[in-house]
Write a protein that binds this ligand. Structure first.
Ligand code: NAP
Length: 337
């Protein structure tokens, strides 16, 4: 199918920012990518558009990854191996694994986006990162003109980070992830160390939760705290939680009692970006049509009619406020096109 021309991308990004693609093609199979081959146009690989700030029109080819499919590929004494197409909706995929009786991904319920995007930023929530249950993926490499497999080590996963992000391959359009395999161990223990989850389960009087119980608790928490993009356009957490060295964290805690601090295995300390933004006075505050959400200061929202430039303006103002109060730099999580 030939690419469509001059397509409106507003419905394809959850911040609902305006912009048009010079060319747009919906991808439903890996074979289609081989047919596209090398084009001289800039390419952008689009998933669910939930981690994207669109700056305006894109004078290139947008490849919208909608490759479907999910199946059990292997089972042994220790684990289930499940493959999913890059275009599968992440939350639906997680709920499907749970319905099959394969626990593990429940803490990542209701994260927006697609299966193919999950490894790129090593999505994480409530004490679980997707890399923990990641087995391998297949990606089309436009430069080499072939499908390449990446195992877990090859992906160089880090905190909300991976090789694909480090290399900028998603932005440059060099590589398109077509499918991902997860390894879900049969031995399972509920991961309920985050306070919100433990409290929600206690309120439900569930002492020994199953994986679907944990999923239901997390879905309820997220629905309470986070805006639905269909109602209030947003891109989830807008800033990374900053990592600082231990003396800096101790100094900040002296000056700012109540500062949440989470020591990391590498000796650094994770700070809660949402807390810093709230203390800097930005919770519920807006600049023009873009603000930080009133129930969760880490979520930047489009209150109606915003452009990419409006997002950048608010982002810069929030970064400046946090820098002034805490001398800490916030870096944005989404990618900018
Ligand atoms: P929260 O419970 O208000 O906590 C604020 C921050 O403190 C979180 O970002 C979390 O870091 C950290 N934290 C809390 N308890 C922790 C613990 N026991 N050990 C280590 N770190 C801890 O967080 P929230 O904003 O409501 O989010 C809840 C979870 O959902 C978080 O894991 C968050 O990352 C995830 N989430 C992700 C997105 C996204 O778009 N990426 C959007 C919304 C929520 P971590 O973020 O490192 O977990």
């Amino acid at each position: 199918m030939p690419a469509a021309l001059n397509i409106d991308l507003t419905p394809f990004n959850t911040l609902a920012l305006p912009g048009r693609a010079a060319r747009y093609e919906r991808i439903t199979s890996a074979g289609q990518l081989a047919d596209i081959g090398q084009t001289e146009m800039r390419r952008f690989i689009l998933g669910g558009g939930s981690n994207l700030v669109l700056s305006g029109d894109f004078d290139g080819l947008v490849l919208h990854m909608t490759i479907p499919g999910k199946r059990l590929v292997q089972v042994d004494g220790e684990a289930w191996y499940i493959e999913a197409g890059a275009g599968e909706n992440w939350h639906d995929f997680v709920q499907w694994t749970l319905a099959q009786g394969w626990p593990g991904l429940e803490n990542l319920s209701l994260i927006p986006g697609t299966v193919g995007a999950a490894p790129i930023q090593n999505i994480g929530a409530y004490g679980l990162e997707v890399c923990e249950y990641f087995h391998s993926l297949q990606a089309w490499d436009f430069e080499r003109g072939e499908l390449i497999s990446f195992d877990r080590a090859a992906c160089r996963f880090g905190y909300r980070d991976s090789l694909f992000k480090q290399q900028g391959w998603h932005l440059s359009g060099r590589l398109a992830i077509v499918s991902v395999v997860f390894r879900l161990p049969k031995q399972w223990v509920a991961n309920i160390r985050y306070a919100d989850v433990a409290q929600e389960l206690a309120a439900r009087e569930i002492a020994t939760p199953t994986a679907p119980d944990v999923a239901a608790a997390i879905i309820a928490i997220r629905q309470r705290k986070l805006p639905d993009p269909a109602v209030m356009p947003n891109a989830g957490s807008f800033f990374h939680n900053p990592l600082v060295d231990a003396p800096t964290a101790a100094r900040l805690a002296d000056r700012h009692p109540g500062l949440p601090r989470y020591p990391q295995p590498d000796g650094r300390v994770k700070l809660a970006a949402g807390w810093l933004i709230e203390q800097a006075g930005w919770k519920g505050k807006s600049l023009g049509p873009v603000g930080m959400y009133e129930k969760q200061a880490l979520v930047l929202v489009n209150r109606g009619g915003a452009t990419g430039a409006d997002v950048r303006r608010t982002m810069t103002a929030v970064q400046a406020a946090v820098r002034e109060k805490f001398a800490v730099e916030l870096s944005p999580e989404p990618i900018f096109l």
